[in-house]
Design a protein around this ligand. Structure first.
Ligand SMILES: Cc1ncc(COP(=O)(O)O)c(C=O)c1O
Length: 461
């Protein structure tokens, strides 16, 4: 590994937060009490927290200054106008509905755009996105390219939609039975894999041919834009912002969790091109969130998001971001630890199928691996496999995703390369005694989005 390929942090640290290491004896108690679910561990018992990149970002001095400029008027806040202008400038959508976070936007979009019984094709599912689609009577269909389900296959743009799968679905079901196409940039559960600009253009072309709408999940769109600049022909000389503008020119609207590429701690939005749909969304936002000019956000949070969206498009920021994640992935790969390849935008995904090859999928290998990594070193990660996938709403059977992974998610601007070294050492050390990891069984299984609050115990053999 040539360290010169990994640029140093493009920021200075102005405020620090002390972290403490909990000893092994206490970690044993903590993970048992948390029912082997890393979501249920108190933050104070965690040494390095890689549970999620969602809302865990460090804001800049400018964003903190922006908080002081919060206009908390009930209606017509100036921060709403700033956010609305920013979203129009970078995404090209004239209509904006701020929501408390991404799932608030998904709730509104699913309600206004899906008729019960309609299909919603997407490039792999995301938990909350699919939940809202199904709760509104939609039938989710995975149309991501097959390669995305193969953890070991290293190829660019593994997040692309398979156009043949999309065309077949339209032919079989009829265009009028497709609610819309849901295109996530990047694809979280595939390992943070990006979508190529060519694929976005082709999806738009096919959608236009059949009169179908296309909505993006814009949550990690800046990370996606970096991969396009780095790897797609014709984009090396374009700015990140120019690439983002082009990406969204092929969409009818987008939902976004601002807690990721917006570099804030809370917030999200639904952005639309169509005025009529916007009116419907406005009628719903007052029921679920708040007045249309703040939705689910405070004025100060809208200000921080408007600033964060622009900061995330600075080249030095996003280059460091992607390369820091890649650095961790390369270290693990060099040590022979099985990971999802190529390393995506926001996280390194451990391939739990290969890591815990002694466990069956029904013994929740990724859940067990995440629990054992905490036990090993105080590093918190997250299961993204059979537990996250939940059950089929009709048959009640477990969905059995091909990808059974543990996500080491890197918060933005929070940890240094030295922290990445430490995480890599912890995973490598656990890998050396991986056979000690025991399978798990449910002791409590919630009916909805079970991974958040489920509890388990170890299977004694
Ligand atoms: C791809 C993707 N879409 C949507 C969401 C939902 O956003 P939020 O957590 O802000 O509700 C997330 C959150 O993790 C996500 O990763």
């Amino acid at each position: 590994m040539d360290i010169r390929n990994y640029p140093a942090e493009p920021f200075r640290i102005k405020a620090v937060e002390t972290v403490k290491m909990v000893n092994k004896e206490d970690r044993e108690k903590v993970i048992k009490e948390a029912g082997y679910n890393t979501f249920l561990i108190d933050s104070e018992d965690v040494y390095i927290d890689l549970l999620t990149d969602s809302g865990t970002n460090a804001m800049s001095d400018n964003q903190w200054a922006g908080l002081m400029q919060g206009d908390e008027a009930y209606a017509g806040s100036k921060n709403f106008k700033h956010l609305e202008d920013t979203v129009e400038e970078v995404f090209g959508f004239p209509y904006l509905i701020p929501t408390h976070q991404g799932r608030g936007a998904e709730n509104i979009l699913s309600t206004i755009a899906i008729k019960p019984g309609q299909y919603v094709p997407g490039n792999m599912y995301f938990t909350t996105t699919r939940y809202h689609q199904e709760a509104n009577g939609g039938i989710f269909v995975d149309i991501i390219r097959d390669e995305a389900h193969d953890a070991a296959l290293d190829m660019p743009f593994k997040g692309d939609i398979d156009l043949k799968k999309l065309e077949k679905l339209i032919e079989e079901k009829g265009a009028e039975n497709i609610a819309y196409i849901c295109l996530a940039v990047t694809v979280n559960l595939a390992g943070g894999q990006p979508v190529s600009m060519q694929n976005m253009k082709d999806v738009r072309g096919l959608a236009d041919k059949h009169g179908i709408q296309v909505y993006y999940d814009a949550t990690r769109c800046v990370e996606n834009a970096y991969f396009i600049k780095e790897q797609e022909e014709g984009y090396a000389d374009k700015t990140i912002k120019e690439i983002v503008v082009e990406m969204f020119s092929y969409a009818d609207g987008a939902t976004m969790s601002g807690k990721k590429d917006g570099i804030v701690n809370i917030g999200g939005f639904l952005a639309l091109r169509d005025e009529k749909l916007f009116q419907e969304a406005r009628e719903l936002v007052v029921v679920f969130e708040g007045m249309p000019s703040y939705g689910g956000m405070t004025g100060r949070d809208m200000e921080a998001l408007a600033i964060g969206l622009k900061e995330s498009m600075q080249f030095e920021y996003i280059e460091h971001r992607i390369k820091q994640v890649r650095y961790l992935g390369e270290k693990l790969k060099d040590a022979g630890v099985p990971i999802v390849e190529p390393v995506g935008g926001h996280a390194v995904f451990l391939d739990a199928r290969r890591f815990c090859s002694h466990l069956e999928q029904e013994e929740f290998p990724a859940q067990a691996l995440a629990a054992n990594l905490y036990l090993e070193s105080g590093v918190r990660s997250m299961e993204r496999g059979i537990v996250s996938a939940g059950r089929n709403v009709e048959t009640g059977e477990n969905h059995k995703p091909k990808l059974e992974t543990v996500r080491l998610t890197i918060p933005r601007r929070v940890y240094t390369y030295r922290h990445m070294d430490l995480v890599a050492d912890s995973v490598i050390s656990l890998y050396k005694h991986k056979e000690d990891i025991k399978g798990l069984k449910f002791v409590y299984e919630p009916k909805k989005l079970r991974f958040f609050t489920a509890e388990f115990e170890e299977i004694e053999k």
